[in-house]
Design a protein around this ligand. Sequence first.
Ligand SMILES: CC(C)(COP(=O)(O)OP(=O)(O)OC[C@H]1O[C@@H](n2cnc3c(N)ncnc32)[C@H](O)[C@@H]1OP(=O)(O)O)[C@@H](O)C(=O)NCCC(=O)NCCS
Length: 434
Amino acid sequence: MATQTMGDKQSSTLDIHYQDKQVTLPLVRGSEDEVGVDIQKLRQATGLITLDPGYGNTGSCKSSITYIDGDQGILRYRGYDIAELAERSNFLEISWLLVFGELPTKKQLDEFSHEVTRHTLLHEDFKRFFDALPKDAHPMPVCAATVGALATYYQEPDSEKQIHSSIVRLLAKMPTIAACSYKHSIGQPFMYPRNSLGYSANFVHMMFATPCEEYHVDPLVERAIDLLLILHADHEQNCSTSTVRLVGSSQANLFACISAGISALWGPLHGGANQKVIEMLEQIAREEGNADRFIAKAKDKNDTTRLMGFGHRVYKNYDPRAMVLKRMCGEVIQKMGGSNKLLDIAMRLEEVALNDEYFISRKLYPNVDFYSGIIYKALGIPTNMFTVLFAMGRMPGWIAHWLEMRRDPDFRIGRPRQIYTGSTRRAYLPIEKR
Ligand SMILES: CC(C)(COP(=O)(O)OP(=O)(O)OC[C@H]1O[C@@H](n2cnc3c(N)ncnc32)[C@H](O)[C@@H]1OP(=O)(O)O)[C@@H](O)C(=O)NCCC(=O)NCCS
């Protein structure tokens, strides 16, 4: 049995006594004064390991990229508040900030934009790659496969110079890959990137233009996409980012790590939730908009239904990204003529849930996915592309974490332990005796 002396704000160590063994573990303090206990010596000194399914109490690394205070509803990239960045910045500037640590100078941003713009083309052979995939494939595994396949085209080792090229290529080619995965699914010809357009406008053009006629990107659509990308750009050690770090910890190639991150993001409990939100809202609309009945199902322990877009592992307050998106929803729907009905149902669900004891006591608030789906839909983005947009936005975050991990002096391959609960030793029984 372990007895512990809890460290207070002034302490710098934590003592653990277990049987006849004792260990003094150092406390580690972050720049926002969060305190963690460094357990690296725990097993060696006591034989104990920690057990933390879902890693709710486990810090896997030190990081200087993104700060979240889930109780206060704070999100900052490199110290800058998300609401301020959403209002004043753009996605390429945010990408630079996340990957390189500081806001770029004008010269740096111009050069970076030029580099990214010049690398948007995919190798022509990728047309045959896409042709080999079924038309009805979900675009997320198509994107994961294509990003993974980039490693077969760019085979140089991850030297510093090549790392920079890989970063630029990933950021540049992801919108092209995303748009191709969509065009492939609807049987339209791929549109080549246009160097005259900005990052988000270029993506919109590749998605919606056809070679038959001129297509002009609406500035509101461009801005909305850019904003959505900014809001998704990083979120510290979430499931997909931890996947990128874990795969990267074996020193796997950057493209392979990002491909793994895209796969992790696809799940409905992570990036797939925004698609589920729209499906939920449409289901409620079909059932005559009865939000209360859906909430009752979400609260019922004998029913697996969850209120999609609600709750978060870290935020125990309103997700600050959902706040920005809620504001944008009305504007986009007004201009693009999207479904007011779905927005009305979402706002009704939010109102009911925020006043319901079940959601209040569990601190379940709208997360980023609650309103993003409504905006995507109003912009004409098909439902199965929502998560792809999330992946496009998360790209600089994944890259920044991969880079930070590679340069970390404490770098080690990720290899958790376990508490074994299977059979103890037993003798092999020949098949005729079983
Ligand atoms: C995001 C999420 C996976 C976080 O999970 P988590 O931190 O492991 O939280 P838990 O699953 O342990 O949930 C804690 C409690 O709240 C309940 N809960 C959590 N989210 C809920 C939701 N969306 N609807 C209804 N109940 C919910 C759980 O049933 C549990 O209740 P209990 O304590 O009575 O057993 C979870 O809130 C969820 O599934 N949300 C819906 C999916 C979603 O929007 N995902 C996008 C995240 S950005």
